[in-house]
Design a binder for this molecule. Structure first.
Ligand code: AMP
Length: 417
C-alpha cells in the first residue's frame, strides 16, 4: 500500500514525501480510510506505531474538503501531557506544510494569555491537555459550535490521570454530529465505557503484535542489589553504544537526583518530570533530540508517548509499577523500524513482579546477574550515586540480596513508590 492509495490530497502527499515516509504503517493503512469516510474510530495502538499521523493526516484532508459550519474550533485533539501536545503540534506542522491551517496549543504550566489570543485569532485545530482546556472553556474562550472532529489520544492514560470528569465536561459542550476518534494503548472495560459515552457506532482498528515493542526491541534484565544500581549504570555508560539514552525512574525527585549524579560523573543528563517548568522540560527535550544531551531521566507520566527518533537505549532504572508502563517505556526505542535496546534493573524484591511482567508480554527476558560483571564499584558504592549513606543502604552484599526469597513483600503498588 502507498499513501496515494489512501486518497489523500496532493498537498498532504507532498508533505508526507518531505518527511521521508515511504509507506503507511499498519495503523495508518487501516484507520485512514475509515476516518476519511467520517466514521468514529477506536484505535488500539501504542505510541511508536505512527498513530499520530493515522489521525492527523485524514483530519487535515477532511478539514480541507468541507466548509466551516460555524466559527470557532474545527478539530480538537485532547492528549494527556504537555510534551505530547507539543509533539502532535510538530507533526501537524510537518504534514500541513503545503496547507494553510491555524493551530493552537493549550496546556498548563505556562501563561494563559497567549493561548487565549491564539483562540481569538481563529485557531481551527487545537491540541490541548484536559485541565487547561477546561479552565479556558469555563472562562468562555473556547467556541466549539463548529467542531467537526474530536480526537482523544492516549485515552487510557487520561483515565489513569483522573481526567474523566474534565473530559465529560468538555465533551458536553460539543455538537453531537461530530466525528470522534479515540486512541488507546489498551482496550479495557473503562475504555469501552468511554467509547459508549462519547462515540457513535465506532469501528475498532487494532494493530497486531508486529508493532508490540516487547517483541521487537532487544530486552535484557540485570539482576542486581539495589545499592549497585548506580555503579552498574556508570559501568554501562562506558560503552559508546549508549548514545541517546532514556532512563526511567518512578519518582520525580529520583529523576532529578539521578540526572545530577550522572552529570557529576561527566555523563550529560537532565531530568524531565512534572515539577520542572514547561520551558525547562522543553529545553531538555530539545537538547536531547539535537544530540547535545546523552541522557534524559524521566518518570512514566512525563515521558509518556515522547517521540524521539534515535533513542538507542531505554534503561528502566526503577522497575515499572505497571506492566503497561513497561511496554510504553521500551517503546521509546526501536521506533519506526530502528533497532533499540531496553535494559531493566531488577532487585530481589522485584523478582515476582518480573515474573508477572514476563507472563504479560508472553516471553522470557534474557537475564544477566551482577556477579557476571567485572566492573569497578566506586568506593563507597551507593544507590543513586554519591549521596550520604543511609543505614539501610549499608553492606548489602550481592549474596545477602539473594538469600531470603519471599521474605519481602512484592511492593508493586503505587503506594510503595
Ligand atoms: P507515533 O506513533 O505517532 O508516535 O509515531 C512514531 C514515529 O513514527 C514518529 O517519529 C513518526 O514520525 C514516525 N512515522 C509515522 N508514520 C510513519 C511512516 N508511515 N513511515 C515511517 N515513519 C513514520
Amino acid at each position: 500500500m502507498t499513501f496515494s492509495d489512501l486518497k489523500l490530497p496532493k498537498p498532504i502527499l507532498d508533505a508526507i514525501e518531505d518527511t521521508g515516509y515511504t509507506e503507511p504503517t499498519p495503523i495508518q493503512g487501516k484507520a485512514i480510510p475509515i476516518i476519511m469516510r467520517r466514521k468514529d474510530v477506536i484505535g488500539i495502538a501504542q505510541t511508536g506505531t505512527g498513530k499520530t499521523a493515522a489521525f492527523t493526516l485524514p483530519m487535515l484532508a477532511i478539514l480541507g474538503n468541507i466548509k466551516p459550519k460555524a466559527p470557532g474550533i474545527r478539530a480538537l485533539i485532547i492528549s494527556p501531557t504537555r510534551e505530547l501536545v507539543a509533539q502532535i503540534r510538530d507533526n501537524i506542522i510537518d504534514y500541513s506544510l503545503h496547507l494553510n491551517v491555524k493551530l493552537a496549543t493549550i496546556y498548563g504550566g505556562v501563561g494563559e494569555q497567549p493561548q487565549i489570543q491564539a483562540l481569538q485569532n481563529g485557531a481551527e485545530i487545537v491540541i490541548a491537555t484536559p485541565g487547561r482546556l477546561m479552565d479556558l472553556m469555563e472562562q468562555g474562550h473556547v467556541d466549539m459550535r463548529g467542531l467537526e472532529i474530536l480526537v482523544m489520544d492516549e485515552a487510557d492514560r487520561m483515565l489513569d490521570m483522573g481526567f474523566l470528569p474534565a473530559m465529560r465536561k468538555i465533551v458536553k459542550k460539543m455538537p453531537n454530529d461530530r466525528q470522534t476518534l479515540l486512541f488507546s494503548a489498551t482496550l479495557s472495560g473503562q475504555i469501552e465505557q468511554l467509547t459508549r459515552e462519547f462515540q457513535q457506532k465506532p469501528s475498532t482498528v487494532e494493530i497486531g503484535d508486529r508493532t508490540n515493542p516487547a517483541k521487537t526491541v532487544r530486552q535484557c534484565v540485570y539482576e542486581i542489589p539495589r545499592h549497585l544500581k548506580f555503579p552498574l549504570l556508570l559501568h554501562l555508560f562506558k560503552s559508546p553504544e549508549l548514545y541517546t539514552v532514556l532512563i526511567f525512574v518512578t519518582m520525580k525527585h529520583h529523576a532529578s537526583r539521578l540526572a545530577k549524579h550522572l552529570s557529576q560523573s561527566d555523563i550529560p543528563a537532565e531530568a524531565i518530570h512534572g515539577d520542572r517548568t514547561q520551558n525547562q522540560r522543553q529545553r531538555a527535550l530539545d537538547k536531547f533530540k539535537q544530540g547535545k544531551l546523552r541522557v534524559l531521566v524521566g518518570t512514566d507520566v512525563a515521558a509518556r508517548g515522547i517521540d524521539i527518533s534515535g533513542v538507542t537505549h531505554v534503561i528502566n532504572y526503577d522497575f515499572p509499577d505497571q506492566n503497561e508502563d513497561y511496554i510504553h517505556r521500551i517503546g521509546r526505542t526501536g521506533r519506526a523500524k530502528a533497532e533499540g535496546d531496553a535494559i531493566t534493573f531488577v532487585t530481589e524484591s522485584e523478582h515476582r513482579a518480573l515474573a508477572d511482567l514476563e507472563r504479560f508480554i508472553k516471553r522470557d527476558i534474557p537475564k544477566k546477574h551482577e556477579r557476571d560483571f567485572n566492573y569497578d564499584i566506586p568506593a563507597p558504592a551507593r544507590e543513586g550515586g554519591p549521596r550520604p549513606r543511609r543505614n539501610n543502604d549499608k553492606a548489602v552484599k550481592p549474596k545477602s540480596d539473594r538469600r531470603s526469597p519471599g521474605k519481602k513483600k512484592v511492593g508493586r503498588g503505587k503506594k510503595n513508590r
